[in-house]
Design a protein. Structure first.
Length: 383
């Protein structure tokens, strides 16, 4: 709906390429790279779940480039809007150079609009989203400001993505990469609900790109919202025990998983936010203080502080709060869920290794659907 309204105001948005699998992201990669956006488009083009050979993938990339070229050509009289977190999260300096070169070839004068949020809340959201789609991690390490979260299972095939050595919340570093290729064309905004009141994020973004937001409605549609933190912790443990996101040696990111993320997102969860200790809030503030000051002085010189309100402070607890640990009740629920999963495994595969049993189990769609419902019902009690 919003895309149609924006189109009437001269703004064109690609509709068929996936929320976070923007073609600009994939075509900015080296052709040897293979990750979720690549797998998504390979499947969309009919190449199946398995990673194609290099010649087939090269041909597919050529087709993707033709699609993108056609979109740009068909909308020469309009502004083009490519909105995707992957542009910030997945592109390093070399990929940003590739992106600039492509846009220049197409005669597109790009403007980069970046939303930044409080580093601690950004880290928590990133970890929660990865867990929701099936990865797992050591939460105590993932919530250290000086660490780049390490998620498993870790892809090992040639061209597998590698984490940047610098945390994504080091905004000074990331913005410097973009400023180097798009000097004077990087517009930095702050994702801070305290600043939006009484506006919404959508209205703020429309203001940034110069379009009328009055016809978009007053209520903001939220998508891909993180699950309650207790559910996130429970899923992290289940992901660890059951390899909920199997990555196969052939580079397969597309296999069905025990609890698909779209099913998790469809439930009406009771809000239960991450509760931070005062010590963790202080650790993040101290570690990213130089980066935050760079952003403030360069982009918001009239502001005394970047964040109108500390997004974590309203949810802070005593210094002995350990939000990364499972409580006794949560651990009990994990064990119950484990028993439910194991009970549903086909009897003839009880003696097989767990990962092969579950892969076999996933292929039984009806059974998997019933189990997903049962697991979601149990998980809802944790929210």
């Amino acid at each position: 709906m919003n895309s149609e309204i924006l189109y009437s105001q001269g703004v064109a948005i690609p509709k068929r390429w996936g929320v976070n699998h923007n073609l600009l992201t994939v075509l900015s990669y080296q052709e040897s790279r293979w990750d979720e956006p690549c797998a998504y488009h390979a499947r969309r083009l009919g190449l199946g779940n398995d990673r194609p050979g290099m010649n087939r993938w090269r041909a597919a990339r050529s087709h993707l480039r033709s699609e993108l070229n056609a979109f740009v050509s068909d909308n020469r009289d309009r502004r083009l809007l490519f909105s995707s977190e992957s542009l910030y999260q997945r592109l390093g300096p070399r990929e940003i150079v590739n992106l600039r070169r492509y846009l220049e070839e197409q005669g597109v004068e790009a403007r980069i609009v970046v939303y930044l949020r409080d580093p601690l809340s950004a880290r928590v959201a990133h970890v929660a989203q990865k867990i929701k789609v099936g990865w797992y991690t050591a939460l105590d390490e993932a919530l250290r400001p000086d660490k780049v979260p390490d998620f498993s299972p870790s892809p090992t095939w040639p061209g597998a993505p590698r984490s940047h050595p610098i945390p994504a919340e080091s905004y000074e570093t990331r913005l410097t990469w973009w400023e180097a290729e798009f000097p004077g064309r990087v517009d930095v905004r702050l994702f801070d609900r305290g600043r939006f009141i009484p506006r919404t994020l959508t209205q703020d973004f429309c203001e940034a790109i110069g379009v009328d937001s009055s016809s978009l409605g007053e209520h903001e549609l939220k998508t891909n919202v993180s699950l309650p933190w207790p559910v996130t912790k429970i899923l992290n443990e289940l992901n660890t025990r059951f390899d909920r996101r199997p990555l196969l040696p052939n580079g397969d990111f597309n296999r069905g998983r025990l609890l698909p993320s779209h099913e998790l997102s469809s439930w009406d969860w009771t809000p239960r936010p991450f509760i931070s200790s005062n010590a963790l809030i202080s650790d993040f503030a101290d570690y990213f203080s130089a980066s935050n000051e760079f952003v403030r002085s360069r982009y918001f010189p009239m502001e005394q502080a970047l964040w109108a309100q500390d997004l974590m402070a309203s949810n802070s607890g005593d210094d002995d709060v350990t939000s990364h640990l499972l409580t006794r009740d949560e651990l009990s629920l994990v064990n119950t869920l484990q028993r439910v999963i194991e009970t549903h495994k086909p009897q003839e595969l009880q003696n097989y290794k767990r990962r092969f049993a579950l892969r076999y189990f996933r292929s039984r769609r009806h059974t998997r659907r019933n189990l997903s419902t049962e697991l979601l019902t149990l998980l809802s009690s944790a929210s």
